[in-house]
Design a protein around this ligand. Structure first.
Ligand code: FES
Ligand code: FES
Length: 153
């Protein structure tokens, strides 16, 4: 049965009506109209849907809206924008750390979570953090360079 769920979305108080088991990903994309978070595998295995929940990186495809209720959700739309890009977004552009861009939102959000808890990660720590974020275009090395650059910014 549908119910109301209140949470903070990119700093804004938000209330949606949904089935408790509806995924956070479906909520973001279809209920809230924020399309930058991607549906890849839908099974918690590719990282394309990564968002921050109370600052921790989670898969929005296997997190329900019921679990997200009362908490703070940050998507790539809230990370930065053209006028005020996040250092990671700038570094991804400068290092050309994307090709088709499908994995990019998830890569950015996983990297943002890493830099929040570890502002100066080693290359190994970056690779470990991004291990579950797949890229079918093979830009992993550029992503690592971009995260290192953002960490120095
Ligand atoms: S779409 Fe969520 S992990 Fe792949
Ligand atoms: S840039 Fe195409 S999937 Fe990563």
């Amino acid at each position: 049965m549908q119910a109301e769920f209140a949470f903070t979305l990119n700093g804004q108080a938000t209330t949606v009506r949904a089935e408790p088991a509806q995924s956070l990903l479906e909520t973001l994309r279809d209920t809230c109209g924020l399309k930058a978070t991607r549906l890849g595998c839908g099974m918690g295995q590719c990282g394309a849907c990564t968002v921050l929940l109370d600052g921790e990186a989670v898969h929005a495809c296997d997190t329900s809206i019921e679990v997200a209720a009362g908490r703070a959700v940050l998507t790539v739309e809230g990370l930065g924008n053209r006028a005020a890009p996040h250092p990671l977004q700038l570094a991804f552009v400068e290092e050309q750390a994307l090709q088709c861009g499908f994995c990019t939102s998830g890569m950015l959000m996983r990297s943002a979570a890493l830099l929040q808890r570890n502002p100066h990660p080693s290359e190994d720590e970056i690779r470990q953090a991004l291990d579950g974020n797949l890229c079918r275009c093979g830009v992993h090395n550029r992503v690592v360079r971009a995260v290192r650059k953002a960490a120095k910014a």
